[in-house]
Design a protein around this ligand. Structure first.
Ligand SMILES: [Fe+2]
Ligand SMILES: [Fe+2]
Length: 246
């Protein structure tokens, strides 16, 4: 039994959104997803998919993408990404009823893996724009967007805390925390998300969203204050699921 994670499948079986334009790593990426998950993930394993599942704008346009995910091996747990327009956070229980026993949608709830509670939400990071001088030094950033980002962070923190509270009330003391957005932006070493991870003593923080080699280093990777931070963007991993807990 093992816990794996992979993010940003960006499937488009029903939407006209070829991903090849984003670089060689995306060529036939759905075939790589199928091949590597079947090689790595066993039926008794758990696979958390950390958002940006589908380019469809509503559920009817995502059915084939979700069916593709359903066909992957193991128990599948899905997190919301910024592109998952089909998934209204407030209607998560409706998705969970419809896909009961097939897919689990992680939002304002939690899942269990061994003695860990799997908690998570989309998260949010202020990504600029940042302004640079001709020598590449940071000289400022967009204040309005930063203000808006603070509001979104507060909303996401409330959702994440709800997930932690439910798991704690159920008696769990070990946690793996999932975010779609990175836990910090390129200017930060800490954020409300790293602080809550430390408050609950999570074993790992798993996130994705960052695409392209120039973005993979935007946030924390490796061990920081005793917590493992794992980037699991599909293109970062060449679509091979990453082992989170053996
Ligand atoms: Fe993405
Ligand atoms: Fe994303």
């Amino acid at each position: 039994m093992a816990l794996y994670a992979l993010g940003d499948l960006h499937l488009s079986f029903q939407a006209n959104k070829p991903m090849d334009a984003f670089g060689r790593v995306w060529k036939n990426h759905e075939k790589k997803i199928r091949k590597y998950t079947h090689q790595i993930v066993k039926p008794q394993d758990t696979l958390v998919l950390t958002g940006d599942h589908s380019w469809g704008r509503k559920l009817a346009e995502c059915r084939e993408d979700l069916a593709f995910i359903e066909d992957l091996p193991g128990r599948k747990i899905l997190l919301r990404g910024n592109h998952d327009m089909f998934w209204d956070a407030k209607k998560t229980s409706r998705l969970n009823e419809e896909y009961a026993g097939r897919l689990f949608f992680l939002q304002n709830n939690f899942a269990v893996y061994q003695d860990y509670a799997l908690v998570g939400t989309k998260g949010y990071t202020f990504e600029g724009p940042f302004y640079l001088d001709p020598w590449g030094n940071l000289t400022g950033w967009d204040k309005d967007r930063e203000t808006q980002a603070k509001k979104l962070v507060e909303r996401e923190m409330a959702r994440l805390r709800d997930s932690f509270d439910q798991a704690s009330a159920a008696g769990f003391r070990k946690f793996i925390m999932f975010l779609h957005y990175p836990p910090t932006n390129i200017l930060e070493e800490t954020s409300p998300f790293t602080e809550i991870a430390e408050e609950y003593g999570v074993s790992a923080v798993v996130y994705s969203h960052c695409h392209g080699a120039w973005r993979f280093g935007d946030s924390i990777r490796g061990t920081y204050h005793g917590i493992r931070y794992l980037l699991v963007s599909g293109d970062y991993l060449d679509f091979k699921p990453e082992l989170v807990v053996p």
